[in-house]
Design a protein around this ligand. Structure first.
Ligand SMILES: Cc1cc2nc3c(=O)[nH]c(=O)nc-3n(C[C@H](O)[C@H](O)[C@H](O)COP(=O)(O)O)c2cc1C
Ligand code: SF4
Ligand code: SF4
Length: 263
């Protein structure tokens, strides 16, 4: 019997691109004749409605923020119609730990009509510093991700139905509380040239369109996208307390972690 895969659907949030790269490698491993890209990183993208159906297999990916997934889950899944769609669920984390993020994404995917057959946690360069997870995902990580896609393909080819899978992934419920601090990148007004690239690319519209230095710390996810987009180098996480915490992490999590796969 077996479930035939017609289309690999890449569904992800990835401000700094590491999650997207992992998701794409998993999707390649599915060997599907067609593909669909659902990049839910920009604010506008999360208002687009999509209906998934028979033959679709989704690869759902998010970065790890403070041991959880980013607080955009409601909008991430909003307007995606899915019923018993097989899926592979992945998280990318910066070589510290992913705590409950994979379990959270797994549970939320199930609530939204997906049926995860495989899951994985992968290291990506840390959004706060290039000293953690430097250059990750590397070729080995992406090969692991591809292999996870192949495993999912193998499982689906053997399955009588695309529904009814149960996975045991790492993580605990109740989840770790994550962070609720109103931290946001700071802006050096001397360097800012007013191009508004930061504001246009912020995934949650936390930057004031009339003043790029005015960031709503409660909305901000600390995702780092505005820092990456600012070619003038005006945005940074320069707060001394934060730099101190990052320095401690840099010293603690030097040993490279490996991909963890569940199927
Ligand atoms: C706000 C924030 C919190 C983070 N928390 C963690 C964490 O708890 N553990 C960890 O190992 N990495 C953490 N990271 C690093 C990201 O998970 C990692 O860099 C990820 O690959 C970024 O994905 P992206 O490139 O798709 O944006 C955090 C990054 C950000 C921006
Ligand atoms: S303001 Fe915050 S949420 Fe918006 S791009 Fe910058 S770090 Fe990300
Ligand atoms: S991207 Fe940089 S230079 Fe452009 S408005 Fe934002 S802070 Fe200013």
């Amino acid at each position: 019997m077996g479930t035939k895969i017609k289309r690999a659907v890449s569904l992800y949030f990835s401000p700094l691109d590491t999650t997207r790269r992992v998701v794409h490698s998993v999707a390649q491993g599915l060997d599907a004749p067609e593909s669909l890209e659902l990049d839910r990183t920009s604010f506008d993208s999360r208002w687009q409605g999509v209906e998934l159906g028979e033959g679709d297999v989704a690869v759902i990916g998010m970065p790890v923020y403070y041991g959880r997934v980013p607080k955009i889950l409601v909008e991430f899944f909003r307007y995606i119609q899915a019923k018993d769609i097989p899926a592979v669920v992945v998280v990318a984390y910066g070589n510290r730990d992913y705590e409950d993020a994979l379990l959270e994404l797994y549970n939320e995917s199930r609530k939204h009509g997906f049926n995860p057959v495989a899951a994985g946690a992968f290291v990506g360069q840390h959004s706060f510093t290039d000293k953690l997870g430097t250059g990750r995902p590397n070729a080995e990580d992406l090969a692991d991700a591809y292999m996870l896609g192949q495993k999912a393909l193998e499982i689906l080819e053997k399955a009588d139905s695309p529904a009814g899978f149960e996975l045991k992934v790492k993580g605990n419920f109740p989840y770790t509380p994550g962070s609720d601090l109103p931290i946001a990148p700071v802006t050096d007004k001397e360097k800012c040239v007013g191009c508004m690239q930061c504001q246009k690319n912020c995934p949650v519209l936390a930057i004031n369109p009339l003043d790029p230095g005015d960031v709503d710390g409660w909305r901000c996810l600390d995702c780092g996208k505005c820092i990456a987009e600012c070619k003038a180098g005006a945005k940074s996480l320069a707060q001394p307390a934060l730099r101190e915490k990052i320095a401690i992490m840099e010293a603690m999590f030097t040993a490279p972690k490996q991909s963890e796969l569940f199927y």
